[in-house]
Design a protein around this ligand. Structure first.
Ligand code: SF4
Ligand code: SF4
Length: 277
């Protein structure tokens, strides 16, 4: 598991900068498909490829690694690693402030899957109950394995090793399957397996900034629901209390033909007409 290092700190600062910039762009309705493509590609290159090169045999930080590091220090070593815990808290707070935006704009594996999903192939949007049930089971296996058998299943097939110089065959086969599936399913690792994805999904239920509909201004065309690669926008549209993962991609806002009907913003005080009219 990683120790805190200057490279880790620099990546954390870069992530914060990207999330702040992305949030501003979302708030200003400036996230076009082209801009999103550019940011995804740049993120894979900087956070994935270049970072793999500069850490040279060390660990390339990822949200998943920070969570696994904290879990492992608590459940296996029965200690607390304050730097890793601090980093994880910062990452999770970013998700609460601007809904899962680190996953959407900073995580190297998430960005690569997102890019591959743009290839024009038949798509399948898995029902949320299915993807989340599998993810919960995977999380229980991770925590249970660490607590009772010091076994971390992700360590044996870690798809993030793609962005390192430590390639091992099982991990390469596993990440190849994920990347292949990404052509047809939006972020299969994130939706079905990622432990950070699950924890941040729980926290995003109380996120501050997220897509919010003003049903007074909404035309009812549901372009936003169609544009969303997950079930999140359908849940937002219906004002459901629990929503599926929203990866802050901005596709819903870009698809909305009416300014201010759908915005990336916080709740409006004293105005509860966000509910369907
Ligand atoms: S859910 Fe996806 S984007 Fe988020 S940490 Fe996991 S792999 Fe990265
Ligand atoms: S399109 Fe879906 S995933 Fe993307 S920002 Fe909108 S609700 Fe979130």
């Amino acid at each position: 598991m990683p120790k805190f290092s200057p490279l880790l700190l620099i990546k954390l600062i870069l992530w914060i900068a990207v999330v702040v910039s992305a949030t501003r762009l979302l708030q200003k309705r400036k996230v076009s498909s082209k801009l999103r493509f550019f940011m995804l590609a740049a993120g894979v290159i900087v956070f994935g490829v270049i970072y793999a090169f500069i850490v040279q045999g060390g660990v390339n930080p990822s949200p998943v690694l920070s969570l696994r590091g904290v879990l492992s220090s608590i459940l296996v070593k029965h200690t607390i690693a304050p730097p890793l815990l601090g980093m994880l808290i910062v990452l999770l707070v970013m998700g609460i402030v601007s809904n899962k935006s680190l996953c959407g704009w900073g995580c190297q594996l998430g960005l690569l899957q997102d890019l591959l999903f743009r290839v024009p192939t038949p798509k399948w949007k898995p029902p949320f109950w299915l993807s989340n049930s599998v993810r919960i089971i995977a999380f229980i296996a991770l925590v249970g394995g660490m607590a009772w058998a010091t076994f971390d299943w992700i360590a044996h097939v870690d798809p993030f090793l793609l962005f390192s110089s430590k390639w091992v065959l099982p991990a390469l086969l596993f990440v190849s399957a994920i990347l292949l599936a990404s052509l047809f399913i939006y972020r299969p690792w994130c939706q079905f397996l990622c432990p950070f994805g699950l924890v941040s999904w729980v926290l995003e239920q109380v996120s501050i900034l997220r897509p919010r509909i003003d049903h007074d201004k909404c035309l009812g065309c549901k372009n936003c629901v169609d544009a969303c690669p997950t079930g999140a926008m359908a849940d937002f549209y219906e004002d459901k209390k629990i929503h599926a993962d929203c990866f802050s991609c901005g596709a819903c806002i870009a698809a909305c033909p009416r300014d201010e009907a759908l915005m990336w913003r916080g709740p409006r005080r004293g105005k509860n007409k966000e509910t369907k009219g």
